[in-house]
Structure formats: structure tokens, C-alpha cells
Design a protein. Structure first.
Length: 260
């Protein structure tokens, strides 16, 4: 894919303006999912974070806006989106090392590195599981070309001992993720994300730890919106979700204290 021209881009704000992001007018445009993913990561200043499939850099930049002093590395298959991630890093005053590569063929330099955190928002649909998008960027971002188990295998190899993987994915892909973690990652926790009270979870965030030995935990769903149905125009996010999306707050996991 060729590099995007300026006329083909919009500049959008996230976290109440704390993050600005160039995105293509036509192509894959990030929504709230990468923001929620970034908010779930308990990173600390000085940690080295790797994002697999970083796209235009939204998740990495939202995480860096909340936790100063991180080292940021992204892997992106599509040249145009890798270029956007670099531009967006500079736009937000963040030094993001973006590597153009296929997950199955990572460069030797990256395969020699370890990370405190690996994050990923892999394509949601199995190969052939949805109508293909005409735009190549959306087609690659939404449709699985690299098996989900390979994403987790690569993440496990790149994690330092006791490091964390955080991955957001469709709820119906949870069995695939759990199987892929077997023998690679432990201390598995799953946070379902339900759109409204009484509705089934559509997404899940998986937390897994290298060398983790804690028992599996399936948490109660995080309800994203107020009310049982959409009744008016405008946003209806629950307060703690709105704080994440608009104020850059951390997303507390059940049983954890909410960071100040």
C-alpha cells in the first residue's frame, strides 16, 4: 500500500484531546476498542511495550499519554499504516519505533528483544468469516490472515519473564485464545465487555502472564453504556468508561483499586 497523502487523512482527537491521530478518510479507522485495551495495561514508567499490529498507533499513544516514560515499539504489516504510526508518534511528542514486518517473519533484531508488556488488537474475523472490505487497509485489519494462535505465540516469545499480554478480541474468539495460551502463558484473566445491562458480552480483554501460575479468572462483565437500550442521541457511557475514553483514566480490573 502506498503512503497516504495529506488530503486522504483526517486528524482526530482521543482522550479528550490528549492524543491526536491522523487516520485515513477511507480505510481502517480506530474506534474505542484500542483505547479500552490501552487503559487495561498496568504499565509503569520505564517499561518497554510492544504492540503487535499497531495500525496508526492509537493504543500505544493512548497508553503513553496515561503513563509517561514508556519505551514504545510497534509492528505493522501495512506500510502506509506504519508510516502513519510514526507520524502520529511525532505529532504527540512520542518516540515510537515502528517496524514494518509480518508477525511470522519478525526481524532478528526484534526477536532478540524482550518486553514488559505486549498488547494486541488482532483482526476480529476468521478467514472467510465476514464480507471482505473493498479497501485493502480495512480488509487486512478486520480479516484474519495470520491465525490468532500465532499472535499469542509471538507475544509469548517476546515477553520478558513475568511480563503481561493484553489482547482485545471478539467474545466468540475466547476459546481460541485460551487454547493458544496453554503451555505458553498463565494467570489468565478475562474481562468481558457488554454493551448494556442484560446484553451478552461482544468483546473480551484477555490478560495473561509469562510464567504466571494463578488460577483462571473470568470476571463479571464491564457494562459500557447506561440503560437497557439506546434512547437518545449522544453518548451514554457509564461514568468509569467515560473517564477512560475522555480523561485517559486507567481501566481497573475487578478486585483492583482504581488508580489515582
Amino acid at each position: 500500500m502506498s503512503i497516504f497523502a495529506d488530503a486522504d487523512l483526517t486528524c482526530n482527537e482521543f482522550l479528550g484531546g490528549r492524543v491526536r491521530l491522523y487516520q485515513p478518510v477511507k480505510g481502517y479507522r480506530a474506534g474505542v476498542d484500542p483505547v479500552l485495551l490501552a487503559a487495561a495495561v498496568p504499565a509503569r514508567a520505564g517499561d518497554h511495550v510492544l504492540e503487535l499490529g499497531c495500525g496508526a498507533g492509537q493504543a500505544l499513544l493512548c497508553l503513553a499519554a496515561r503513563v509517561p516514560g514508556l519505551r514504545l515499539t510497534g509492528v505493522e504489516l501495512q506500510v502506509a499504516y506504519a508510516d502513519l504510526a510514526r507520524r502520529n508518534g511525532a505529532l504527540n511528542g512520542q518516540d515510537v519505533d515502528v517496524i514494518e514486518a509480518d508477525l511470522a517473519q519478525l526481524p532478528v533484531s526484534l526477536r532478540q528483544m524482550q518486553f514488559a508488556h505486549v498488547i494486541a488488537n488482532p483482526p476480529y474475523y476468521r478467514a472467510g468469516g465476514h464480507s471482505p472490505a473493498q479497501d485493502a487497509g480495512r480488509r487486512v485489519a478486520l480479516g484474519e490472515e495470520t491465525p490468532l494462535q500465532d499472535w499469542i505465540a509471538v507475544a509469548a516469545k517476546r515477553l520478558a519473564p513475568r511480563g503481561y499480554l493484553h489482547m482485545i478480541q471478539r467474545a466468540d474468539r475466547l476459546p481460541d485464545m485460551l487454547v493458544a495460551c496453554a503451555g505458553r502463558l498463565g494467570s489468565l484473566e478475562v474481562l468481558p465487555l457488554a454493551p448494556r445491562q442484560g446484553r451478552a458480552a461482544e468483546l473480551v480483554i484477555l490478560r495473561a502472564r509469562k510464567e504466571g501460575r494463578a488460577e483462571f479468572r473470568l470476571h463479571a462483565p464491564l457494562i459500557l453504556h447506561k440503560g437497557a437500550r439506546h434512547e437518545r442521541d449522544g453518548e451514554s457511557y457509564q461514568e468509569e468508561v467515560a473517564d477512560v475514553l475522555r480523561q485517559g483514566a486507567a481501566l481497573p480490573w475487578p478486585g483492583e483499586k482504581r488508580p489515582a
